[in-house]
Design a protein around this ligand. Structure first.
Ligand code: GLY
Ligand code: MN
Ligand code: MN
Length: 494
């Protein structure tokens, strides 16, 4: 018995490593099969320019290699339709540097781990140069700043270190063919393997725990950052790497700001609180939002808005089926939101529009869009907004992993945000009373789903119906001791 235990303790981790290496290898094979003859050049993320910031590997490089150290590269050369070499370029082991960075895998380590040839990243420029001299076309996976755009964003992206590498190469080798190849990797990333699905489920389970902790802890008088820190403590305490995006705890007026993440306001008794949170587990993101009343009980106005958003989400969930057109989720939830907003008097009718610019013949936008400014959902995976196969196929299929997250956000100034036109003034007069009734109520409900051969599964089972949330908020709380408000407020206003 004991002997069996010992041998399995030794064998199991080795087996798991071999399996996951096989998975990384098969991802490379799939991506390279879509590439013409030439070299796949994939570049990892660079060491942060500022000391002491956490290094996070670029998702597509991690997807292909499973390698988490900075400044690495992968080159796969394909000729006559066959792979002729696969090489990982990594930082060599340098004891003097490792005093600061901790131990590196090094050239030997990477070849043992990945089965590919290892070389020092210091050799990368001359290898790229010799490939370019031989006229080998390059398909590049990296931060090329090729996403278009204008203004400051374009200027910034134009100067990425990865892009500079290829600009220099092209300057030295006229006629060199360099093609961005990120889309091929993203296509592959859109369908999650079983291993990836397991990691997403784990990230989601940890996130659900954090939602429950937060619901039990919330009381008026607490600061948003107390809830944020409890959430992030719960993540890390349960083995998450880190939050998969900036934790959003938005109370009262902050509940209506989509990406509010200052998380620094004292919660008042009549607030709702939007908690949009996600743990990252082995690099995989969860993304789960719950909206709760600070008092522990939804007021009639909060309840009315919440019920519409929940009904919109349920309508989308009914369309979330294997083989279904993914656009149906959006269509059905939009219809429920528009009908509900109209019933509350926040819009004139489900199909009513407003002038969304002030030109001579103003463009018309649906009125419900004044309160619902974002899309219904997105893929989740190595990034919180991850590639998803239905973006390309329009069909939900096994391996899809995505969110459904409708919302309604009644900003106090929503009517003043409309362009100044006679028609908009007339709308504002009609809607003002309802906006005053529901202002500062922002509700988002966001859940995560995975599609397998047996169907689409709701995986983020945190309390979600009104009675479930109210029950979770009545639950006793035995978490860390409450903070000292006098300490928190000592330098407020300075
Ligand atoms: N937390 C970001 C999002 O919901 O998309
Ligand atoms: Mn989301
Ligand atoms: Mn979210």
């Amino acid at each position: 018995m004991i002997r069996r235990l010992v041998s399995s303790m030794i064998l199991v981790p080795a087996l798991l490593t071999a399996q996951s290496q096989q998975e990384f290898a098969s991802r490379r094979t799939a991506v390279v099969s879509a590439m013409p003859d030439g070299a796949l050049v994939a570049l990892g993320a660079h060491e942060p320019a500022q000391d002491y910031l956490t290094f996070v590997q670029s998702p597509s490089f991690y997807y292909l290699t499973g390698f988490k150290e900075p400044d690495a590269a992968l080159i796969i050369v394909k000729q006559g339709g066959q792979v002729v070499s696969s090489t990982m370029f990594v930082q060599p082991r340098l004891p003097s540097r490792e005093v600061w960075t901790g131990s590196r895998l090094g050239v030997e380590g990477i070849s043992k781990l990945s089965g590919m040839r290892g070389r020092s990243v210091e050799d990368l420029p001359k290898v790229l140069d010799s490939l370019a001299s031989a006229g080998v076309a390059m398909s590049v996976v990296g931060e090329l700043g090729d996403g278009g755009g204008s203004g400051a964003a374009a200027l910034l992206s134009a100067s990425t270190p990865d892009r500079q590498i290829f600009e220099r190469l092209r300057a030295a080798h006229s006629g060199l063919k360099v093609t961005p190849f990120n889309a091929a990797v993203e296509r592959a990333r859109g369908k999650k393997s079983l291993t990836e699905q397991r990691f997403i489920r784990q990230a989601v389970d940890i996130t659900v725990l954090a939602q429950r902790e937060a619901m039990a802890a919330i009381e008026p008088g607490m600061n948003e950052f107390e809830i944020q820190s409890l959430i992030e403590y719960t993540f890390r305490r349960n083995g998450a790497d880190r939050p998969s995006f900036s934790t959003i705890v938005g109370s009262g007026p902050n509940s209506t700001t989509l990406h509010y993440n200052a998380d620094d306001r004292f919660i008042e008794p009549n607030d709702v609180i939007v908690m949009d949170i996600g743990a990252s587990y082995k690099g995989y993101a969860a993304d789960v939002t719950r909206t709760v009343p600070a008092s522990g009980k939804f007021s009639p106005q909060q309840r009315a808005v919440y019920e519409i958003v929940r009904a919109a989400q349920a309508a989308a969930e009914r369309q979330a089926k294997l083989g279904a057109n993914s656009g149906l989720m959006t269509d059905s939830s939009n219809a429920v939101l528009a009908a509900g907003l109209s019933k509350l008097g926040l819009i004139e009718s489900p199909t009513a529009t407003y002038d969304c610019d002030a030109g001579p013949t103003p463009r018309q936008c649906p009125q419900y869009r004044m309160y619902y400014m974002h899309g219904l959902g997105h893929g989740i995976g190595l990034e919180v907004h991850d590639p998803e196969q239905y973006y390309l196929t329009r069909k939900i299929a096994p391996g899809s992993a995505f969110t459904i997250e409708p919302g309604i956000y009644v900003r106090g100034r929503v009517l003043e945000e409309m362009p100044e036109t006679p028609r908009n003034r007339e709308i504002a007069t009609k809607l003002r009373g309802a906006v005053n009734t529901y202002k500062n109520i922002g509700v988002r409900i966001e859940d995560d789903y995975i599609a397998t051969e047996s169907g689409v599964e709701w995986i983020s089972r945190a309390p979600r119906e009104i009675d479930e949330i109210e029950a979770a908020m009545r639950g006793s709380y035995a978490g860390p001791r409450r903070r000292d408000r006098s300490l928190v407020e000592k330098y407020k206003g300075e």
